[in-house]
Write a protein that binds this ligand. Sequence first.
Ligand code: NI
Length: 172
Amino acid sequence: MNDLRLRVFPDPVLRDKTKPVSVFDESLKDLVADLVRVMHTEDGVGLAAPQVGVSLKLAVIFHEGVLHVLINPCVTSSEGEQSGEEGCLSFPGIYGTVVRPEKITLTCRDINGNEVTSEVSGFLARAFLHEMDHLEGKLLIDHFSPLKRSMARKKLLRNGSEPVEKRRGRKK
Ligand code: NI
């Protein structure tokens, strides 16, 4: 079992570039199991690897009793638009409205490395896209207006954590 802990903003690992998963072995299965464990412990709907300090293109989502594992996900087409409220385990207590496509088609690898294509819409499309943002170092507050973003950042930094992101400059 990997010793993974949830990383909260402004932990710089949340902004780091992720690498594609290239080895499909037992350790990948262990990592997926660990991600699922942390997601359930933290009572989240989804969790991306960078949120536990692992810079890989990997995320898990649990919705309506089904576990979705996204490995090297890539959106190939999208249509429509939906607007809804989102939160994030790395931004405790912060919520905001985010506009996303209504429906997406994506390709991923399965746990054995085979390419799979899927189509999702509504809530699941929103959840997938939120996790895929994490894999690009894009975070919930990046979807907010500058004012709301600044308020959210202040709220989170008030707890005495160092404003790492401000010092480093905003990176994508
Ligand atoms: Ni998130």
